[in-house]
Design a protein around this ligand. Structure first.
Ligand SMILES: Nc1nc2c(ncn2[C@@H]2O[C@H](COP(=O)(O)OP(=O)(O)O)[C@@H](O)[C@H]2O)c(=O)[nH]1
Ligand SMILES: [Mg+2]
Length: 458
């Protein structure tokens, strides 16, 4: 995308995480960034150096006293992340020394950058499309390897390519419709009606295909909400601890130990599971426990994956069988796994119930099988492939859906013989919706809400 570069007044921020490390980087970007930084730099005249070169020297304060020894990397506009003139100052990675370098730079009349401001400038200068800018944030926030893969696909521009192709197809369709409008006086019949219909149907089915990836995309990006439910003492907290490999939840043989839901992130095979341990389901007079049971219920309703645990050391009561059947039914399309626990002290062999798996957390039996089962069921019927494009953001999903609704409205209008001016309105709305994904069409509110998710310095 060729675009005029606008250089705004310079901004600076620490681009590395706060903490102690080998080096930290203070990034400066904007109009005359190099001239400004040069005023606080001792060692060389930075204004006379080429782009993409690195220089050793010192950052000095207003009295000329050294603040830190640094390496500065220079990027001339437009060949930088933001498109603006940029200086990256690598200093010693201590919390205070980095802070002092930043303050010295700010003292040169450079503003402190806001969250995501560098990336926002990169977007405004056409260095990145909006969906790619969002992928940068996704990559930084990724909590699993599959989420990293998905962010990379988007950062490479795969979503943008699809969206731009859809837009081109719709522009072609709009041209056909508007061509007809030009000849309306002459009462020409829609010459290309079949062709137009075919074009719109193709876009519609491709949009549908892309939209279908959102279910997987959401799980990959946000994690699989996995809720452990069952009667008190079934071994829910023990299983949670076993899966994550540490004593996160309190385990005792007293029924009703877990009173509130406990959320723990756990990754397996590159997929993030948000495990939610719950208070055991039972009628209780205890106010705190009763609230816990309500929260368990709510967690169940929001689950992406449900594990019901049944203690095999106790025979079934009819009531519990009914309870399991009820949960299974209420789960609907949400995968439901019935796990028998405490297999080491199983009380009977004929259960008249199909368990997906019988485990013993105490003896570590069938735990790895359970992990595999969780992964398989979580992505069941959701064709996952690391190299395939996934829609992971609800913003993109909503825009794609609205575009599809408009295409379908145009298709049905076409069938009913609606005139070109009406069809053209539908198609133009679809174009705008798609344009909002890549940022060709945007507004301040959308930009603010996207870039506020970023950290300062990105
Ligand atoms: N023998 C045996 N005991 C277990 C097993 N898993 C859990 N327990 C015991 O069952 C009791 C209740 O476990 P807990 O995880 O607190 O159950 P929760 O109420 O469902 O969270 C504790 O005394 C655990 O040590 C197991 O696999 N085998
Ligand atoms: Mg518990």
């Amino acid at each position: 995308m060729k675009q005029e570069i606008t250089q705004k007044s310079p901004i600076a921020a620490i681009a590395t995480p706060v903490g102690e490390g080998g080096i930290a980087v203070v990034r400066v970007s904007g109009k005359e960034a190099i001239i400004k930084v040069n005023e606080g730099f001792f060692g060389k005249d930075l204004t006379k150096q080429h782009s993409h070169t690195v220089h050793f020297g010192k950052i000095v304060d207003q009295k000329g006293l050294p603040v830190d020894e640094v390496l500065v990397t220079l990027f001339h506009s437009p060949k930088s992340y933001t498109g603006e003139e940029t200086v990256e100052i690598s200093c010693h990675g201590g919390v205070l020394v980095t802070q002092k370098v930043l303050e010295t730079i700010l003292g040169l009349g450079i503003k402190a950058a806001e969250a995501g401001e560098f990336t926002q400038r990169a977007f405004l200068n056409g260095k990145l499309d909006l969906d790619q800018a969002e992928a940068v944030a996704d990559l930084i926030h990724a909590k699993s390897l599959k989420a990293v893969d998905a962010a990379h696909q988007q950062l490479e521009g795969k979503l943008g390519e699809h969206v731009k192709r859809f837009r081109q197809q719709i522009i072609d369709a709009t041209a056909m419709v508007e061509l007809e409008l030009d000849f309306i006086e002459e009462d020409v019949e829609f010459a290309n009606k079949e062709q137009l219909k075919k074009l719109l149907e193709d876009v519609d089915s491709e949009l549908a295909e892309l939209l279908e990836t959102y279910e997987t995309g959401r799980l990959v990006k946000d994690g699989v909400k996995t809720v452990l439910i069952g009667r008190p003492n079934a071994g829910k907290s023990t299983l949670l601890n076993t899966l994550v490999g540490s004593d996160r939840a309190i385990v005792t043989d007293i029924a009703g130990t877990t009173r509130d839901t406990i959320d723990v992130d756990w990754s397996f095979d590159g997929l993030l599971f948000k495990l939610i341990d719950t208070a055991g389901l039972r009628q209780t007079e205890d106010i705190v426990e009763a609230e816990g049971v309500r929260r368990s219920q709510r967690a169940f309703e929001q689950a992406d994956l449900v594990i019901y645990l049944k203690d095999l050391s106790h025979p079934f009561e009819d009531e519990e069988r009914k309870e399991i059947a009820g949960f299974q039914k209420k789960s609907g399309d949400t995968p439901f796994i019935l796990v028998g626990t405490k297999a080491d002290i199983e009380s009977e062999s004929e259960w008249r119930t199909e368990f997906d798996l019988k485990i013993s957390a105490a003896e570590g039996e069938y735990i790895s099988e359970l992990k595999e089962l969780l992964k398989d069921r979580a992505l069941e019927n959701k064709h996952y492939d690391a190299s395939s494009l996934l829609v992971t953001s609800s913003r993109h999903r909503d825009a794609l859906q609205k575009a599809r609704d408009q295409i379908q409205a145009a298709l049905s209008g076409l069938k009913q013989g609606m005139t070109g001016d009406f069809l053209s309105i539908d198609l133009r709305i679809a174009l705008n919706e798609l344009g909002s994904i890549t940022g060709e069409i945007t507004n301040e509110d959308i930009l603010d809400s996207i870039f506020s998710r970023f950290c300062i310095g990105k």
